[in-house]
Design a protein around this ligand. Structure first.
Ligand SMILES: C[S@@+](CC[C@H](N)C(=O)[O-])C[C@H]1O[C@@H](n2cnc3c(N)ncnc32)[C@H](O)[C@@H]1O
Length: 203
């Protein structure tokens, strides 16, 4: 067993995100998390949302850490990580009531973001919800100077990374049968955007 990985920001943002999940996931039982990272969110949320089956996933390199959090928590409703790279993985169509992802869209390259919305459109059941947490631009504008600086920092590390524009994500959503139904402002100038699948399967 490895020492559990720990991200300070994932500890800080968990409480406000949980309040959104409590509201949005009423009656939504099967949840897939894309990019579970350390695994902290999965444990924190599954412990409180006991009506939910929480399926973790990430690239292989993060699996050991996610498993260590899951093993320690011993929760019956959180499940060991699927190997899921959104650019290549297949997830069964219409298999989840909700998909949650935190701080992934600005880390993935644009092609992966497109692939993620395609995957979400296929994998959600009708009326299922996609909840995406992170920093966003709107109409090309950053909501704060600190997010503009964060974006510049990301792009200097890797030009394919960067804060995504919510209008562009809405277009990607529409192409995949997803309509944005809610937007929550949460601390640290971040948002939780919620899309709902409006069709039985992505067209
Ligand atoms: C900044 S971390 C966020 C982790 C966690 N969700 C959190 O909020 O603490 C970004 C995550 O996206 C995952 N990721 C990056 N590219 C991905 C891809 N193509 N498919 C699936 N996950 C990916 C990384 O492995 C990493 O776990």
């Amino acid at each position: 067993m490895v020492d559990k990985p720990f991200a300070e920001y994932a500890q800080r943002n968990a409480a406000p995100i949980l309040e959104v999940l409590r509201h949005e996931l009423r009656g939504h039982a099967d949840v897939l998390e894309i990019g579970s990272g350390t695994g902290q969110h999965a444990i924190r949320f599954a412990a409180k949302l006991t009506h939910v089956q929480w399926q973790t996933s990430d690239l292989d390199e993060n699996h050991e850490g996610i498993r260590s959090w899951i093993a320690e928590a011993g929760l019956p409703n959180v499940h060991g990580p699927l190997a899921l790279d959104v650019t290549s993985a297949g997830v069964s169509d219409n298999s989840y009531d909700a998909i949650y992802s935190s701080n992934t869209a600005h880390i993935m390259g644009p092609n992966a973001v497109v692939a993620m919305f395609g995957l979400v459109g296929r994998a959600l059941r009708r009326d299922g919800r996609f909840l995406l947490y992170g920093p966003f631009r709107r109409a090309g504008q950053f909501n704060t100077q600190s997010n503009a600086e964060f974006d510049a920092n990301l792009r200097s590390r890797d030009p394919s990374m960067g804060i995504r524009d919510l209008d562009e994500l809405d277009k990607l959503g529409a192409e995949n049968g997803l309509r944005r139904i809610n937007l929550y402002a949460v601390p640290s100038n971040n948002l939780v955007a919620v899309w709902q699948k409006t069709q039985g399967s992505a067209q």
